[in-house]
Design a protein around this ligand. Structure first.
Ligand code: GLC
Length: 539
């Protein structure tokens, strides 16, 4: 991609390093593995890679407990390898995004160790939220992983951790905390990172005095107004390097969400509303419409996400009778799932999502149609499982290492034996595989380039979602898609209903998520991309 505003329309692939590719055969993914698979990622047709934390870490929360931002964990490789990886990726046209976790550090971070050693009342403790000894925790907050977000230091003082006890929260009122993070941004931008993904971006600031919850007052640690100034200063740094800031912001209020995307704040943020919606045309359309209409006033591009390392995999969600929309609090063991149905829908959802204006995030294994794995309780490592009292199966089920060639190999989580059939090398040879669908769709999405804004098309079919985007310019090196035809339109149809539906006449088939019926109709849970010439839509 040549545009300096690449983040407005890029397809970004999330690499969960620990489970992507294992270069040294020790059962854990590593940087050598990623480097070896860069050609696969270039071939897939994505524009950028986002690496989940690869820094020195005890891995109490899969690396989101960072002990040193300037070092790579030896289980993954070295800083030199990370630099080489970023250079090699750039040579293949892939930009690199690194993950920054500003809300907390690992309890093994030098700052927290020093704070424990220095004792109550010390300046070292001011970098965190310590409170004097008391019988009860200092307030009534409930942590993001559930439970009391306070633990005791060995001397009896409490410290705050919105996540696991191994992830003490930083005090963002402290100038040193701000300065250090600005240095960390520069450190990675200097090494070629084209952007950062900001973990838990709406949690950093806490209300003064850490008051207990009060329904009459703003939330004491969600979406605090003080955050905007922090991101304004980050934006100045990012702009100096031409880099993008991408916020992980779980916020139900769409208008408050887009405040983070004002022109002097973050470039984009993950739109989790979309993946929270069930497989239902009215619900998904409502999310698309809401997203586009709230982003437009701030001039920020929308983002589209179906999956990541925290949520139930798409083919599993969409294969369920209920709960096809994601919610952390509803995760349970043993939910019946029809994977064939889920896969059909996930294929349709891929075409739906890749046709929307904005940038799109793909989570590793989504392109292989991997389902969520139910990890036996005794092997679960994710702290969310234990902190829910064993009710929540945790997030390991979407973090199982990718099957590359299908051969048995050691791995830090068990890989289901049936996954050899889903191995990347096998799918690459099968034109009907999920991988082939993603490859074709991503390539065509690129060709369709900067198609115009999305307009919904009216239809009498209640289960049909249809929209169109005009493309007038010939951006393409593939003449079958865009041969300079002024006035042609890229139309997407998704059939959520129970019956086959007819395709509009005078349209050229670009891509389908599954076979059409013998009579050329669009079957249930199937999507299609069409090109129509001189097409007039009615909104
Ligand atoms: C984010 C990450 C998640 C992590 C949490 C705490 O939500 O995506 O994996 O557990 O932050 O850092």
């Amino acid at each position: 991609m040549s545009s300096t505003e690449w983040w407005r329309s890029a397809a970004i692939y999330q690499v969960y390093v620990r489970s992507f590719a294992d270069g040294n055969g020790d059962g854990t993914g590593d940087l050598a593995g990623v480097r070896a698979r860069l050609p696969y990622l270039a071939e897939l047709g994505v524009d950028a890679l986002w690496f989940t934390p690869w820094y020195l870490s005890p891995l109490a929360d899969g690396g989101y407990d960072v002990a040193d931002y300037r070092a790579i964990d030896p289980v993954f490789g070295t800083l030199g390898e990370a630099e080489k990886l970023m250079t090699e990726a750039q040579e293949l046209g892939l930009r690199c995004i690194v993950d920054i976790v500003p809300n907390h550090v690992s309890d093994q971070h030098a700052w927290f160790r020093a704070a424990l050693a220095a004792g109550p009342g010390s300046p070292e403790r001011e970098l965190f939220h310590f409170r004097p000894y008391s019988e009860e925790p200092p307030n009534d907050w409930v942590g993001e992983f559930g439970g009391v977000p306070w633990s005791r230091a060995p001397d009896g003082e409490w410290y705050l951790h919105l996540f696991a006890p191994e992830q003490p929260d930083l005090n963002w009122n402290h100038p040193e905390v701000r300065r250090e993070h600005e240095e960390v941004l520069r450190f990675w931008f200097e090494r070629g990172a084209a952007g950062v993904r900001i973990d838990s971006a709406a949690l950093l600031a806490k209300a003064d005095g850490l008051p207990s919850m009060d329904p009459a007052r703003p939330h004491p640690f969600h979406d605090r107004p003080e955050l905007h100034d922090i991101y304004r200063s980050w934006r100045r740094i990012a702009d100096a390097y031409g880099a993008a800031l991408i916020g992980e912001i779980w916020l139900p209020d769409a208008e408050r969400f887009t405040r983070y995307l004002r022109p002097d704040e973050l470039h984009t943020a993950f739109n989790f509303d979309f993946l929270s919606r069930p497989w239902d045309p009215a619900q998904l359309w409502e999310s698309i419409d809401l997203t586009l209409s709230t982003h437009a006033p701030v001039g920020a591009p929308a983002t589209w996400v179906l999956a990541n390392h925290d949520v139930t995999r798409t083919v599993t969600r969409y294969g369920r009778a209920e709960d096809t929309g994601f919610a952390f609090e509803r995760k349970r063991f043993g939910v019946p799932t029809d994977l064939e149905l889920g896969t059909r829908r996930a294929r349709a959802a891929a075409l739906l999502t890749l046709a929307l204006p904005g940038s799109v995030y793909l989570y590793q294994g989504e392109e292989l149609g991997l389902p969520e794995v139910e990890i036996p309780r005794e092997l679960v490592q994710d702290p969310m499982h234990a902190r829910s009292g064993g009710v929540d199966p945790g997030r390991d089920g979407c973090r199982v290492p990718l099957p590359w060639d299908g051969a048995p190999a050691p791995s830090w989580l068990p890989v289901p034996p049936g996954w050899s059939g889903r191995a990347a090398e096998r799918q690459a040879r099968d034109p009907d595989s999920m991988l082939s669908l993603y490859r074709t769709a991503l390539r065509r999405r690129r060709c369709l380039g900067e198609a115009g804004p999305l307009r919904r098309l009216r239809t009498d079919e209640p289960g049909l979602l249809c929209f169109a985007r005009a493309f007038e310019r010939d951006e393409s090196d593939e003449s079958d898609l865009s041969d300079g035809g002024n006035g042609s339109t890229w139309v997407t149809l998704v059939n959520f209903g129970p019956d086959d539906v007819a395709l509009p006449a005078d349209s050229e088939l670009l891509l389908t998520s599954g076979p059409l019926s013998a009579r050329g109709l669009l079957p249930p849970d199937t999507a299609v991309w069409l090109r129509r010439r001189g097409f007039k839509d009615s909104h």
